[in-house]
Ligand binder design. Structure first.
Ligand SMILES: [Mg+2]
Length: 261
């Protein structure tokens, strides 16, 4: 597809964060102006992240600090998709949630009943405050046979140095200790998050465009959910490495700013 076809056929742009909008704390090129131009064309902007170590409010605050956030924009995290999945399929369930305190508060505020005794559901989020005691208690709950949900599948979280272990690494650890893998994974590239987003914004997937720098999460997510997919080469993927994946983006840009050049 051409840039013009993407712009005319999509009303909601789902924007991956790291590698797409910014690198660490630096907006990529003239990103502020690009986002303003997208809004000026009447596009709704939703920042989409798998990282469930921070709340929606914390991401809004970071984007505001970088002057990338407008009052009409939104942030959607894999924790929010997990909350949406629980509401749709396990309303009123007792949930053992492994997460940071802020994310635990986000679940509680959304009406999720948090407990660690005889839970119906275990939810594994990205707990960057993990201790052995928390891991031990979560392992015990999983062994009890409850429904097992993970917020997202990423093995590592990118940083300036060595990538940090992310939820996918912890699901591998728990598979070794209790023999179980998550029955449901919510974030990109899976359809739980796609369905939650379509419901929240009332926009059909064909009118949404996912913009991201990773083939196996962002572009797979677009293809799996019937959305347009724009790959940006400002992060993890190069023209050479994209050929190793079976998914195909609808458009490839050096970075998102190129959509208007
Ligand atoms: Mg990224």
């Amino acid at each position: 597809m051409t840039k013009q076809q993407i712009l005319s056929s999509c009303e909601l742009f789902l924007l991956d964060l790291d590698g797409t909008v910014y690198l660490d704390d630096t907006p990529i090129g003239a990103m502020r102006r690009t986002l303003e131009r997208l809004r000026g064309c009447g596009k709704r902007l939703v920042y989409l992240t798998n990282n469930s170590s921070r709340t929606r409010a914390e991401y809004c605050e970071k984007l505001r600090r970088l002057d990338l956030f407008d009052a009409k924009d939104d942030v959607y995290t894999s924790s929010m998709a997990a909350i949406g999945y629980l509401a749709a399929h396990h309303a009123g369930a007792r949930v053992h949630l492994l997460a940071t305190d802020a994310v635990r508060a986000e679940f509680a505020q959304a009406g999720v009943r948090l407990c660690e005794e005889r839970p119906d559901v275990c939810v594994l989020a990205y707990d960057t405050t993990l201790t052995f005691e928390k891991l031990k208690r979560f392992n015990e709950s999983l062994a009890g046979g409850c429904v097992y949900i993970a917020t997202h599948p990423d093995d590592v979280c990118p940083t300036a140095g060595v990538p940090m272990p992310d939820v996918g690494s912890f699901t591998a650890l728990l598979q070794r200790s209790c023999g179980r893998l998550p029955q449901v994974v919510c974030g990109k590239p899976f359809t739980v998050m796609g369905r939650c987003i379509a419901q929240r914004y009332g926009v059909p997937p064909a009118r949404m465009c996912m913009v991201g720098d990773r083939m196996h999460t962002d572009i797979r997510f677009a293809n799996a959910n019937g959305m347009k997919g724009v790959l940006v080469l400002s992060g993890e993927t190069t023209r050479e490495s994209m050929a190793h994946f079976s998914d195909r983006p609808d458009l490839v840009l050096e970075d998102l700013n190129e959509i208007f050049s």
